[in-house]
Ligand binder design. Structure first.
Ligand code: GLU
Ligand code: MG
Length: 654
């Protein structure tokens, strides 16, 4: 979740006065980091995963499953193990997250580039879940579900109960007590709302099952409730007909995900990896789809992304393009209108030395990039190249949302808090991470789109798959460039219900570069179309087509070679031992079968579970009773019941 600083957070009317100061100091900190580390070479390839959990309390007598708000106690218990060195010994760590019912965990030490390390991924995830479980009450379980179907429903959905609303979120549905009480989180919630000038408004299309009335006007919203007259958004039209309306940061940042961080050997490799993973992001968002229900209803989408984007959208009406700027409004930004929320897909490629990008920069970086002109000028002056300068000048169009009074004065040569304040509240599909000052850590990139899966097996599978894709990208110098506008189109499509099977996504089909061993002999991995020199690609901008997820992941005989065949070829080339290969193959097989539809996504599985429940009335309502049974069923899957642990039958029928 980013940085947890301690101190007194400033309310928005004070914080905003320091916005420019924090930006200016943050950029000086970045310049120091860059100057000290731009020549850093030879860092080894390291990587790690982050898994986010929801802690659920089961009331078997009443048949209720609720979100347990015991994060602080659980983490305090785990901290005791940490002090005794036991977590390090087990190679696990735990962290807080936004929701007070959430936990986050990572391996204590990063994995290396050695394929044998991949065998530890599932084991380590299982160990983390086990340790978490041992520190929960008997009736609590840690589930890896992406969106909680009961969050914000009428009645009691947290344990203990708190009535909805509070000064931070002013939500009609969520109590403030659900927010991690560390000052950062309620302040983020309140200041996003204050900066925006209204509550956030998230509207997800309802799934029109046969008994959902048309139009659908949500009967659970009390439109007359006048808690905060100046914030009467639902009544004023923020809640759209035919949609599930959500009005608070908790609905988004209370979702869970699976993230991966990679350390590159140097800055250029990190820039390359960042770029190449950009077009993969929407594909993996769609492929890991796991969030079909919100606020007690089935939705007509399968993934969480736009819910989180909406939940932290602090843009003013002018910035959202809803109102013209008043004549006296001043901004350092290159435009008053900002097209996206601070949680969204990335807006520009970075790898300036890549001949494909360099030859056709405006073709690939084809979206309007709003930048902070002052920051851009300073970065140019400090010797940043155009793409790197624009990348950070774009992130720095945002205001710092939480400012701790005690941290205002910093030593820009040693500290990075002001930089991180803006950097880590730009929650995009990819994050480009400069080394922290004074550490031995290198340049890193974070892959952030994936939805978390029910089981450790699946989470390990998607992690391993992406790790192997990164290895193949670097070994074969693969080229996945697509215009950013096409990546954005793919992000939208990735939300659609059953997108894995029913949608097509833009994807590059000639991913090998001429002159490379594999493009000279495209058939090395069965790709008849593996051609296209950098200059030719620049001239005709490469070949990209609309493919199904199956074609992108598994390839097709006459078209794109497919990511899994590329990864398999890579594994053959690096001479992995048979035992390792056999385990990796099981994980790749899961990814492959998800893409082909042979195995269901978590989202489809949840939707089908709800729709086939005896108490379901085909009204898209996930009642507390259905929710309880759903949670119990997911728990069974998590424990390995009902499926074969080689992954072959996971989520097939259940
Ligand atoms: N939980 C957020 C998500 O689902 C990510 C929070 C973080 O950056 O750790 O994307
Ligand atoms: Mg997190």
């Amino acid at each position: 979740m980013g940085l947890l600083s301690l101190g007194t957070p400033l309310p928005w009317d004070q914080a905003k006065q320091y916005a420019d100061y924090v930006r200016t100091q943050g950029i000086e900190q970045l310049i120091h980091i860059y100057n000290n580390t731009k020549g850093k070479h030879g860092d080894v390839l390291l990587w790690g995963d982050e898994v986010e959990y929801m802690v659920i309390t089961l009331d078997d007598a009443e048949k209720k499953a609720r979100l347990s708000l015991r994060q602080a106690e659980i983490l305090a218990d785990l901290a005791k193990l940490e002090e005794q060195g036991l977590l390090k010994e087990a190679d696990v760590t735990f962290h807080p997250e936004y929701g007070r019912y959430m936990l986050e965990s990572t391996p204590a030490l990063p994995y290396t580039g050695n394929p044998v390390d991949l065998l530890n991924v599932q084991r380590n995830m299982a160990k983390r879940r086990q340790i978490a479980k041992e520190h929960l009450r008997k009736n609590e379980i840690p589930l890896t579900i992406t969106s909680s179907p009961i969050l914000g429903t009428p009645g009691q959905f947290t344990e203990p109960y708190y009535p909805p609303t509070g000064p931070a979120s002013r939500s009609l549905f969520l109590p403030d007590e659900l927010i991690n009480p560390h000052a950062r989180f309620p302040t983020l919630t309140a200041n996003i709302r204050r900066r925006r000038g209204s509550k956030v408004a998230i509207n997800v299309p309802i799934f029109f099952d046969k008994n959902v009335p048309k139009p659908f006007i949500d009967p659970t919203i009390n439109f007359d409730r006048d808690l905060y007259p100046e914030d009467a958004n639902a009544r004023d039209g923020a809640a759209l007909p035919d949609h599930i309306y959500m009005d608070s940061m908790g609905f988004g940042m209370g979702c869970s995900c699976l993230q991966l961080t990679f350390q590159a050997t140097n800055i250029n490799e990190a820039r390359n990896l960042y770029d190449q993973l950009v077009p993969i992001s929407p594909i993996l968002l769609a492929l890991t789809a796991a969030s079909p229900a919100y606020r007690g209803y089935l939705s007509d989408q399968d993934t969480r992304w736009n819910v989180i984007a909406g939940s932290v959208d602090d843009r003013t009406e002018v910035e959202r393009g809803l109102k013209p700027p008043p004549p006296d409004l001043k901004t350092d930004n290159s435009d008053f209108v900002i097209p996206k929320s601070r949680y969204d897909s990335i807006d520009s490629y970075l790898a300036i030395n890549d001949p494909v990008l360099r030859g056709a920069e405006s073709h690939y970086n084809d979206s309007k990039l709003v930048v902070n002109n002052k920051v851009l000028a300073r970065l140019h002056e400090a010797g940043f190249d155009e793409l790197l300068a624009k990348h950070f000048a774009h992130l720095f169009i945002r205001d710092p949302i939480v400012i701790f009074k005690e941290l205002l004065k910093q030593d820009n040569e040693k500290d990075s808090d002001h930089f991180e304040n803006i950097q880590s509240t730009n929650w995009q599909t990819m994050r480009f991470k400069p080394p922290p000052p004074g550490s031995s850590i290198g340049w890193r990139v974070e892959f952030r789109p994936m939805e978390v899966q029910f089981t450790d097996f699946e989470n390990a599978s998607f992690s391993i798959f992406i790790v192997l894709v990164t290895r193949a990208i670097l070994s074969y110098n693969l080229n996945f460039y697509l215009p950013i506008s096409k990546v954005d189109e793919n992000m939208k499509v990735a939300h659609h219900r059953n997108a894995i099977l029913e949608e097509k996504f833009w994807f590059r089909t000639n991913v090998f570069r001429e002159g490379d061993e594999h493009s000279a002999n495209g058939d090395a991995v069965g790709n008849g179309q593996a051609n296209g020199s950098a200059s030719a690609a620049a001239a005709n901008h490469g070949n990209y087509e609309q493919l199904s997820i199956d074609e992108i992941i598994n390839g097709s005989p006459t078209g794109f070679v497919g990511l899994i065949p590329i990864v398999r070829q890579y594994l053959q080339n690096v001479n992995v031992d048979t035992e390792t290969l056999c385990t990796l193959e099981k994980h790749l097989s899961l990814v492959s079968k998800r893409a082909s539809g042979e195995l269901k996504s978590n989202a489809t599985w949840i939707r089908e579970f709800v729709r086939s429940h005896p108490a379901y009335k085909f009204d898209s309502v996930v009642s507390p009773e259905i929710h309880y049974d759903l949670v119990k069923a997911i728990e069974k899957l998590t424990n390995g019941e009902g499926w074969n642990t080689d992954g072959a039958s996971i989520l097939k029928g259940f």
